[in-house]
Design a protein around this ligand. Structure first.
Ligand code: HEC
Length: 112
């Protein structure tokens, strides 16, 4: 099984499971001071809810540049800072947040 995962990672150039693991670490280090997973609203919204309501691409885009998107996302003000992370870290943290609710994809709203 491990060999298969490695082969897939080699063939596709990605390894979603490793990305999710890395994203979890990125989240713990950079996001968890303001966001919980299943702990309700803190300074920002609970990521368990965000996983239901947002598409992975939108989570990544918001994490990268909250200032240019806060109105589109329905906020009247922007308190989330623009964080100095690598593109890959934003992608991985979005993979992680998206993975929290993959089994309920059909419940996701279509809005972005
Ligand atoms: C200093 C606190 C703070 C930190 C750190 C922070 N956020 Fe936020 N986040 C917020 C606040 C407050 C909001 C509400 C909107 C706003 O103020 O821009 C928000 C909103 C969001 C949203 C939009 C949620 C939605 O569906 O409406 C996403 C996605 C998000 N944050 C992801 C992240 C990720 C990923 C990280 C870490 C890489 C992170 N945030 C770090 C405070 C923070």
């Amino acid at each position: 099984m491990k060999q298969l995962t490695l082969l897939l990672a080699f063939l596709t150039g990605t390894n979603l499971l490793a990305d999710i693991e890395n994203g979890k670490a990125v989240f713990a280090a950079n996001c968890a001071i303001c966001h919980t997973v299943n702990g309700g609203s803190a300074m920002g919204p609970d990521m368990n809810i965000v996983s239901y309501t947002r598409k992975k691409e939108d989570i990544e885009t918001y994490a990268k540049d909250p200032y240019s998107l806060y109105e589109k996302f329905g906020y009247s003000a922007n308190a989330m800072p623009t964080l100095p992370l690598e593109d890959q870290e934003f992608k991985d943290v979005a993979d992680y947040i998206d993975s929290l609710q993959t089994f309920k994809k059909w419940m996701k709203k279509k809005k972005s």
